[in-house]
Write a protein that binds this ligand. Structure first.
Ligand code: HEC
Ligand code: HEC
Length: 176
């Protein structure tokens, strides 16, 4: 009897807890796409970290008019920019989802917001196709654990990732 109740609770609560998380991730990817597509029309897309979060809160409404963004697009853009500030492993806990693949992690952290992958994505950072062959798996691993190791002023966020999660990303990138 107890087992059945537990099973029911899992069924009832699982969708409730997982849906908002997914929606949030899609906002990040959508915002990244807007950042790269709409914002680079007039000037180079500037790395989010070049400005403080406070400065961005002034820049986004101003540039929203220039880029003719809808309210929803502006919100997604702000979510992406906020993610690049909050995706800092010194302040953010590592979050692990069961069964999350390298591909899922690349989507969750919106790598394509700043990098081209298979032709699509941003130009703030270098193209990631062939990056493992070019740099070697060890350097790509190090780059993800500590983006400033070879570039002290790197605009790449220091994502809250475990070594295992980084490994999954590197394996996925090696296929590209
Ligand atoms: C229609 C052209 C146009 C579009 C589209 C555009 N910008 Fe700009 N952007 C400008 C111009 C012109 C300036 C410099 C003068 C100003 O601030 O108005 C500027 C300045 C900036 C600056 C520098 C601010 C500073 O103080 O140095 C940032 C950052 C910026 N834009 C980000 C963005 C973002 C993010 C988007 C996408 C939402 C975007 N821009 C879309 C024309 C554009
Ligand atoms: C906010 C923008 C941004 C995001 C998001 C981002 N990066 Fe980067 N990344 C950069 C920039 C800029 C560089 C180039 C400067 C440097 O080497 O630090 C870079 C460099 C790299 C490099 C080294 C490439 C080379 O040719 O030297 C790798 C590998 C990389 N990023 C992987 C990733 C992965 C994987 C993700 C997602 C987990 C990611 N990046 C997310 C901005 C970003």
């Amino acid at each position: 009897m107890k087992k059945e109740i537990l099973f029911l609770l899992v069924i009832i609560f699982f969708p409730l807890t997982s849906v908002p998380v997914l929606a949030e991730e899609n906002q990040v990817a959508k915002g990244a796409r807007i950042f790269n597509n709409n914002c680079s029309r007039c000037h180079n897309a500037r790395p989010a970290q070049e400005f403080s979060e406070k400065e961005w809160s002034v820049i986004v409404p101003h540039m929203r008019e220039k880029a003719h963004l809808t309210g929803k697009e502006a919100l997604a853009l702000e979510t992406f920019i906020a993610m690049t500030f909050t995706a800092d492993k010194t302040t953010q806990p590592v979050v692990e989802y069961a069964g999350e693949t390298g591909k899922d992690l690349i989507a969750r952290f919106a790598c394509a917001g700043c990098h081209k992958i298979n032709g699509g994505g941003g130009t703030v950072g270098p193209n990631l196709n062939g990056v493992v062959q070019r740099m070697g798996a060890a350097s790509v691993t190090r780059k993800l654990l500590e983006p400033t190791f070879n570039n002290p002023s790197s605009a790449m966020p220091s994502f809250p990732l475990t070594l295992e999660q980084v490994g999954k990303i590197v394996v996925e990138l090696a296929r590209k």
